[in-house]
Design a protein around this ligand. Structure first.
Ligand code: PLP
Length: 493
């Protein structure tokens, strides 16, 4: 999303000392953490799974430490600490709104626990009628798909042969469904290919058909400037969601930004304490948003953390972060393209249209085996599988209907051995060329068969385990317990 000219409302968020992109690496908690390898040595962890969740920023920890002595319950307390906490928590909402370019007079910022909760809340709050349509794409994370399917008739726009959403089809569907389409829901950036949606164009098409637009900014907000624009701009964004744990503040907060007016209408998504002005035995009068949508005692620390992260990122500048990550992505693709048998998914040109996500496979090797080797022989954290975007991943992998039926039957019978998937390396603002070098070097070794372990696959999870890699996790972190063998993990992120 392009940044419009800075106005007072869109000035960098105040309250953090100016910082440069180069400063961010040493601001990451755990950046020097060493992890054990199969050969018995240790090496500093190379973290390339930022699209799933990022490590915390020191600035976030400092803010929490400064705030904790003053922490108290919000909104209903009369004591000094409660009044102070209420002010800090309310200001955290404003900080996040400012980061998203929201108009404070017209928009509200609702804190949730993550993007998934934001989308579910929005879907429940839309009060769809039976014929109402939501238009989305097959590129979406399940969190920007299933909550719509629950409450509305969903039209999925497919992708073109290069992995981009079919914009001509989308424009046509929006025009065709005029009068029925209430919402167009698109990701700001894909968690598989990193592709950014042209949200200004899509917003203009949606608004032209009398619909609203929702942008799932889970993968966009940590990497690009965001600006929802004023409501009279055809390209404005009506609703936007983000997750703090993908923005260096993993303390359990998400944010849903949208029109106050929308949330003022109707009943809140969840009811209980905090959402009411007054209650009698037969009546409840709802509070105003965001309180109306934040039922129960809120996660104050999570809100403080998100606001602190936003201040640090803003002090560096989202444009500078985007430029750094784009340069790294170009470097990464250049390296991976030189390695034999590496298959890359999605477009690898026009990198200005992409955040730093590289999805790939090694021809002839299971994606989970590659990810396991990278971890235990390279100390490199990536992710593999279908990443909560099964339709998109299967389309990119050209999985046919019959093949899909066979995999699905196998998975349903408890065997994930042949589940299709990819390996994903995803960049954060603190990653360096050295991190990419480490990845490329290990991949070269894997491709040449020059890895040392013997790996067994667990059919229940599809994951590979290196024989002899029996690490005592509690040696590294006293809170850790041994992973349960054969534990079934669900797909995530
Ligand atoms: C594009 C996208 N949308 C939504 C989500 C869901 O975010 P969360 O797990 O924080 O709810 C993710 C998570 O990876 C994502 O990548």
């Amino acid at each position: 999303m392009e940044r419009r000219e800075e106005t007072a409302m869109h000035a960098p968020v105040a309250g953090a000392a100016p910082m440069r992109v180069e400063d961010l690496r040493r601001e990451i908690v755990g950046i020097e953490t060493r992890v054990p390898l199969l050969d018995g040595t240790e090496r500093p962890y190379v973290f390339l799974d930022n699209a799933a969740s990022t490590p915390a920023l020191r600035g976030v920890l400092r803010a929490i430490e400064e705030f904790l002595p003053w922490y108290s319950g919000v909104h209903r307390g009369t004591g000094f600490k409660s009044v102070l906490t209420t002010g800090v928590f309310d200001a955290a909402h404003d900080t996040v709104g400012k980061f998203a370019g929201a108009d404070p007079a017209r928009n509200t910022v609702v804190f949730t626990k993550n993007t998934t909760e934001c989308v579910n809340k929005l879907s429940n709050r839309f009060r769809f009628r039976p014929d109402d349509v939501v238009i989305t794409t097959t590129m979406e994370h399940h969190s920007n798909d299933l909550p719509w399917r629950k409450n509305a008739r969903v039209i999925h726009i497919g992708i073109t042969s290069d992995g981009r959403p079919d914009l001509a089809a989308m424009k046509g569907a929006i025009a065709r469904e005029k009068g029925r389409v209430r919402l167009v829901a698109v990701s700001g950036a894909s968690n598989i290919t990193g592709l950014c949606s042209p949200v200004r164009d899509i917003a203009a098409w949606a608004h032209g058909a009398g619909a609203k637009i929702f942008v799932d900014a889970a993968q966009l907000a940590p990497h690009r400037p965001i600006d929802m624009l004023p409501d009279d701009d055809p390209g404005h964004i009506d609703f936007l969601a983000l997750s703090a744990h993908k923005m260096y503040a993993p303390f359990g907060t998400g944010a849903l930004v949208g029109a106050k007016e929308f949330f003022e209408e109707g009943d809140p998504d969840q009811v209980g304490g905090g959402v009411v002005d007054i209650v009698t035995l037969d009546r409840a009068v709802w509070n105003r948003p965001p309180h109306k949508e934040e039922a129960g005692s809120p996660n104050v620390i999570g809100g403080v953390a998100l606001a602190a992260a936003v201040r640090v990122l803003s002090s560096v500048g989202m444009d500078a972060i985007a430029a750094h990550e784009q340069e790294l992505l170009a470097y990464g693709y250049a390296k991976l393209k030189k390695i034999n048998r590496i298959v890359l998914y999605g477009p690898t040109d026009h990198l200005e249209e992409k955040v730093g996500v590289m999805a790939f496979n090694i021809e002839g090797m299971h994606h989970s085996l590659v990810a396991a080797i990278l971890s235990v022989e390279g100390g490199i954290g990536v992710r593999d599988g279908c990443f909560c975007a099964h339709p998109y991943v299967k389309e990119l992998l050209h999985v046919g209907a019959e093949e899909d039926r066979v995999f699905t039957a196998e998975v349903l019978s408890g065997n994930k051995s042949h589940m299709p998937g990819m390996v994903r390396a995803s960049l954060g603002c603190y990653n360096t060329r050295e991190d990419i070098d480490a990845l490329a070097e290990m991949l070269e070794r894997v491709v040449k068969g020059a890895y040392r372990g013997t790996y067994d696959q667990d059919p229940a999870t599809g994951a590979f385990h290196a024989r002899g890699y029996d690490v005592d996790f509690a040696r590294y972190c006293s809170l850790a317990s041994q992973p349960t063998p054969g534990r079934v993990h669900s797909e995530a992120s």
